[in-house]
Design a protein around this ligand. Structure first.
Ligand code: NDP
Length: 331
């Protein structure tokens, strides 16, 4: 069995040399109350970058020379725990390891006959919940309003935009390639999109696309893209700070616009969002997302990378925008 450890903390952009692969031959055996798991799908996520640093955050850093962990869907291959039987699939926070022992705590059974197993890491998992709860709890969307979503072609952003469409908003997405902008409009029903890599002036482009201004900004990226959006907010705008991927690899704090004047003059709300703070709302959110999926109102895209050995490079590729929708590694 193979396991991936954090070997050293990334300085700037992560590289494969930050990780170490360990191979062990000894067989794992289950004791009373335990299950043996075989990884099927591993989620790689931008927030893991934060856990690889030792800076204080809302969640403790990964320890050096210990396995990295993230959302994983795994198959139960042996069980001495009455809650799980051989052949079950579970999802939860697990090590980047082909096989591991668990006592079952924090794991949820998932049903591959109801939805593809990978979706429990994406649209029916943490990123779907982030989209739904961030938008509703902080964004408080109203039909007829205009929302801008950054990181729009990714796992969270693509779901935010679709939910906003379901709720009757005008939706503008910002993403990094023309192909992604086409996907936002053709597959996900966004009204318009801006390619931040080719736009000469995102602020000016937004003024054309949203002449009535922006009521909600769902921010996944931070930095200059967000500055351009803030120039366009309306009175009582709501700004959901979900992520800031454009600065995760910065070694020095970037200078950006001073946002206070925009918030003051527009009586706007800007709030940081952490999905785990809303755990009591997960069942309701999953029910809604699963309902929309089965009705065909919501769809999703996944970028599935094959092979355990490619977990670190799939993670690093998030910072290059190589994914469309949820980035997942199939073991
Ligand atoms: P994505 O699927 O959106 O993947 C990351 C995307 O970010 C890439 O595809 C890329 O798309 C874009 N990107 C990378 N570098 C930059 C850059 N320098 N500037 C602008 N865009 C960039 O990831 P997720 O949907 O999983 O996560 C999106 C955001 O939400 C992240 O910031 C993440 O940390 C945050 N998040 C927060 C949670 C919370 O509870 N607060 C929970 C889950 C996610 P492109 O080609 O468009 O550049």
């Amino acid at each position: 069995r193979k396991t991936i450890l954090l070997n050293n903390r990334p300085q700037g952009k992560p590289t494969v040399s930050n990780f170490e692969f360990v191979t062990e031959d000894s067989e794992l055996t289950v004791s009373e109350g335990e299950i043996l798991l075989e990884a099927a799908y591993v989620s790689v996520d931008p927030y893991l970058r934060g856990r690889m640093s030792d800076a204080k955050s809302y969640i403790p850093p990964f320890e050096l020379n210990k396995p990295v962990h993230s959302g994983v869907v795994a198959k139960v291959v042996a069980s001495k725990n009455e809650k799980f039987k051989e052949g079950d699939y579970v999802s939860g926070m697990l090590n980047w390891s082909t096989q591991q022992i668990s006592n079952g705590e924090g794991l949820n059974k998932v049903d591959g006959s109801k939805a593809p197993l990978s979706t429990y890491l994406g649209v029916l998992g943490m990123t779907g919940l982030t989209a739904y709860l961030g938008l509703n709890e902080i964004g408080k969307p109203q039909a007829g309003e205009t929302i801008v979503v950054s990181g729009a072609a990714g796992a969270v952003g693509s779901v935010v935009g679709q939910i906003a469409k379901i709720l009757g908003l005008k939706v503008i997405g910002i993403a990094g390639t023309d192909e992604k902008i086409d996907m936002l409009k053709d597959k996900f029903g966004f009204d318009a999109g801006i390619n931040y890599n080719t736009s000469k002036d995102i602020n000016a482009d937004l003024k054309k696309l949203a002449p009535n201004g922006v009521d909600i900004y769902f921010d996944n990226v931070g930095g200059p893209i967000s500055d351009a959006v803030l120039f366009n907010i309306n009175r009582f705008a709501r700004i959901i700070i979900c992520g800031a991927i454009s600065v995760y690899n910065e070694t020095e704090l970037p200078t950006s616009l001073s946002v206070q004047p925009f918030l003051v003059k527009n009586s706007a709300l800007m709030q940081g969002f952490i999905v785990s703070n809303y755990a009591e709302k997960f069942p309701e959110a999953i029910q809604k997302l699963a309902g929309w999926l089965s009705e065909g109102k919501l769809t999703y895209t996944e970028t599935i990378v094959e092979g355990f050995d490619n977990i670190p490079s799939a993670f690093i590729d998030l910072f290059e925008g190589k994914n469309k929708g949820k980035m997942i590694v199939k073991i």
